[in-house]
Write a protein that binds this ligand. Structure first.
Ligand SMILES: [Cu+2]
Length: 135
């Protein structure tokens, strides 16, 4: 009788665990996505291409077909927030990679601010990446 009760309690606990665990597996979170630079350094100068990869941290795979917006490139990391350069989206070299053309008119660290909407996810991926322009 006692063994039977314990077995039932264990079974009940396992069932409630699987119920609690299920939503986490079913729902991806916008926080599971992040941008990373394909290359952290770039040659200073006009019309340079900077590429980023949007990663799903849970699967470790790049995310294609995201809508990228709110891009800004400035020298905030060097205390030059007002030094802003235009960012032109380009087609990415491979799925999940997003490229931009910009003038890196000065050597030093540039901050690339990005936003993204991922298909099937609510919310926005936001990221600030620092690219170093070499002379
Ligand atoms: Cu500057």
């Amino acid at each position: 009788m006692k063994t039977f009760t314990i077995a039932r309690a264990v079974a009940a606990a396992l069932i409630s665990l699987s119920v609690i665990g299920a939503p986490k597996l079913a729902l991806a979170d916008i926080k599971d996505y992040e941008f990373e630079l394909v290359q952290p350094t770039i040659q200073a100068g006009a019309d340079k291409i900077v590429s980023v990869r949007l990663m799903n941290k849970k699967t470790g795979k790049p995310v294609p077909d995201a809508v990228i917006f709110a891009t800004r490139l400035d020298m905030a990391p060097e205390g030059m927030q007002e030094m802003v350069t235009k960012v032109t989206p380009m087609s990415g070299a491979e799925p999940g990679t997003y490229s931009f053309k910009a003038n890196f008119s000065m050597a030093g660290r540039w901050q690339l601010s990005l936003g993204a909407k991922v298909q099937g996810e609510t919310g926005t991926v936001e990221s600030k990446l620092v690219v170093t322009a070499r002379k």
